[in-house]
Write a protein that binds this ligand. Structure first.
Ligand SMILES: Cc1cc2nc3c(=O)[nH]c(=O)nc-3n(C[C@H](O)[C@H](O)[C@H](O)COP(=O)(O)OP(=O)(O)OC[C@H]3O[C@@H](n4cnc5c(N)ncnc54)[C@H](O)[C@@H]3O)c2cc1C
Length: 265
């Protein structure tokens, strides 16, 4: 397998502070989480011994080619805590002409890359935070929000009668990450509402939204929560995040209760 070389697309590495040491991260499993997203689970050297991570945090991954060229990208963590045989699950969207995501997509169990983290102190959520919880994702921006939802659904949050609204915007339904798990959560937990907006085309019999996010949609889904000061997390491509945050502020939600994570693009 070829690691990107000097001639592939370049990506400036913007390291502003010491993010911790690079660790060996060995692939445990790879599974399609959506038509365009691969869920890759890694066992990461010393991860749990050093305290693991919190929902919402991300890691940097680094690939090094034989000639020493390095490519580095950030990826959010999809799992709230380590599993039996893995520490970190990433959900990597395939960008056909990308430098790093196609490489990550072809990784096989047993192969290793470098990883450092966890990174991020602002875009995190814990079960000790007040109700309700509003999650807004554009495309693979679902990844860190899944970590939050999974923590909410876990035994760690047992008994929490928290209302959760998860608004997800996607081009088409095949791009919905963790579709079976989300359907199961919806069935099991009446306090979790998952609203999906498809922007390109809809399947037959679709009962969700078939348009881009807008004020009317947000008012319907979360307008009633204004008075209860929800914690709001928005993640996805930069323009999506800005549009969603502006809509929520326009509806009267407090800017201080809105946390955002931008994937670029
Ligand atoms: C904090 C943080 C968390 C992130 N978490 C995730 C994650 O969980 N899953 C994930 O798949 N990605 C995530 N990203 C994006 C990821 O870091 C890479 O930018 C992405 O995988 C593209 O890398 P690449 O090397 O494949 O493409 P590049 O070679 O960097 O880019 C290829 C082309 O695609 C464009 N492009 C770059 N990024 C995007 C994008 N996000 N959407 C659309 N076009 C883009 C570029 O402008 C370029 O034209 C995250 C980014 C940040 C900053």
């Amino acid at each position: 397998m070829a690691i990107p070389g000097k001639n592939s697309a370049t990506h400036m590495i913007d390291q502003k502070h010491d993010l911790g040491r690079w660790r060996r991260a060995t692939v445990v499993s790879t599974t399609k989480a959506a038509s365009n997203v691969m869920a890759i689970r890694f066992a990461v050297e010393g991860w749990r011994e050093d305290g693991g991570h919190k929902p919402g945090q991300h890691v940097d991954v680094r690939l090094t080619s034989a000639d020493g060229y390095m490519a580095e990208r950030s990826y959010s963590i999809a799992n709230p805590f380590p599993g039996d045989d893995f520490d970190v699950e990433l959900g990597v969207e395939l960008l056909e002409n990308g430098e790093v995501s196609p490489y990550l997509w072809q990784l096989q169990p047993g192969e290793a890359i470098e990883m450092r983290g966890p990174i991020g102190g602002h875009f995190i959520w814990g079960t000790d935070m007040p109700d309700p919880l509003v999650l807004v994702a554009g495309g693979s921006g679902m990844v860190p929000l899944m970590s939050m939802l999974r923590l909410h659904e876990s035994s760690a949050a047992k008994g929490a009668d928290r209302e959760v609204v998860f608004i997800i915007s996607l081009r088409t339904i095949d791009k919905l990450l963790y579709a079976d798990e989300l359907a199961e959560i919806s069935r099991r937990d009446a306090r979790v509402r998952i609203a999906i907006a498809l922007t390109e085309s809809v399947p037959d019999g679709w009962t969700g939204y078939s348009r881009r996010i807008d004020a009317q949609m947000f008012e319907k889904e979360v307008g009633r929560l204004k008075g209860s000061m929800p914690d709001i997390y928005i993640c996805g491509p930069t323009r999506f995040v800005e549009a969603a945050a502006n809509l929520l502020v326009g509806l009267g939600f407090n800017t201080h209760s809105i946390r955002t994570e931008r994937f670029g693009g």
